[in-house]
Write a protein that binds this ligand. Structure first.
Ligand code: DGY
Length: 327
């Protein structure tokens, strides 16, 4: 009997066929709707591998339903939807998709920063709504990005790639991270700051930290209050790192100038979410890695990891390395 692979979201033919050439594959066929929990729990009971996305909760209950599950290939660099300890206890390898999305996500993060600073979405709406009647000296003026200070919270691969882009805009680069990043300091002139120091000094605060127990709720009202009144806050990592209500209140109280958000506490946000009525907030639907090239590369990475584990090889991007020591 061929190993059974369950794919939790509709993937392009090329990916489906690659897996189907070797395995018995089933796929949840709706592109825009997550697989219902009961179906996922049912499928996992006979699965050798899962190809999951960030909306799938991969927890203890799921592992306890599995009898032959060996690998979960999560189509994301973030693995906050997965209980890693439980995975290791159940002997399941968890793989993610780092590297292939670094530049693409950095591009989107910088796009969001530029769009927020230069009011790009608001200006495009202005034209569409027929409000452009004349050139005017102060019409839709934004704020400069070049020669300003960017403060990157979370100087991993994506943070460093954003710093490179910022260097091209002649920005001063400040960063806060668990560990010092000597390469970024040497190559890009990045300067380490305490979190408070960064918040007080930066013109653009860019959150790119991974979501974990240390970063959940990292940004509270007092953090926004420490920022400059002209500061622009960008989040392209995970929504729950921010106390969303605190950000709404900080924007309403004009404690900061604007926000550009690709991620939210609960996704998708509801159409009556306060952010959607704020002209100084640019909201995007979690599209950091969303280019054809990168999404295909992410899915290929998932396939490679599934193939490696099922064929007893070494997965390229294993997250829970300790699984190798559990029997
Ligand atoms: C990731 O990779 O973690 C993104 O948020 C999903 O593309």
């Amino acid at each position: 009997m061929k190993p059974f692979v369950y794919v939790t979201r509709q993937v392009p033919d090329a990916i489906y066929k690659r897996l189907a050439a070797k395995y018995d594959v089933e796929m949840w066929k709706e592109a825009d709707k997550a697989v219902p929990r009961e179906i996922l729990l049912d499928k996992v009971s006979k699965a050798d591998a899962l190809l999951t996305v960030i909306t799938d909760v991969v927890d203890e209950e799921l592992f306890s339903r599995a009898s032959s599950l060996k690998v979960v290939a999560n189509m994301a660099v973030g693995i906050d939807n997965i209980d890693l300890d439980a995975a290791s206890r159940y002997g399941v390898s968890i793989c993610n998709t780092p590297d292939v999305l670094t530049d693409t996500t950095a591009d989107l993060t910088f796009t969001l920063l530029l769009a927020t600073a230069r009011r790009v979405t608001e200006a495009a709406e202005f034209v569409k709504e027929g409000k452009w009647t004349s050139w005017a000296p102060m019409m839709l003026v934004g704020t400069d990005v070049h020669h300003k200070k960017i403060g990157i919270v979370g100087m991993g691969k994506i943070g460093t790639a954003v710093a490179k882009r910022a260097a091209g805009f002649d920005m001063d680069i400040l960063y806060h991270n668990r560990n010092r990043h000597e390469v970024a300091e040497e190559m890009l002139g990045a300067q380490y700051r305490s979190l408070d120091g960064l918040l007080e000094e930066a013109d653009f605060i860019v959150c790119l930290a991974p979501l974990n127990d240390d970063t959940r709720g990292l940004f509270q009202r007092e953090h926004f209050q420490k920022m400059k009144k002209e500061a622009i806050f960008i989040n392209a990592s995970r929504g729950p790192i921010i106390n969303e209500q605190a950000l709404i209140e900080a924007l309403e109280a004009k404690e900061i100038a604007a926000a550009g958000l690709d991620v939210f506490d609960k996704e998708p946000i509801h159409t009556d979410h306060p952010f959607l009525t704020m002209k100084n907030v640019v909201s995007l639907p979690h599209i950091g890695s969303a280019t054809k090239e990168t999404r295909m590369a992410m899915m290929r990475t998932c396939c490679e990891n599934i193939e490696a584990v099922i064929d007893d090889g070494h997965p390229r991007t294993l997250v829970n390395k300790e699984v190798l020591h559990f029997d």
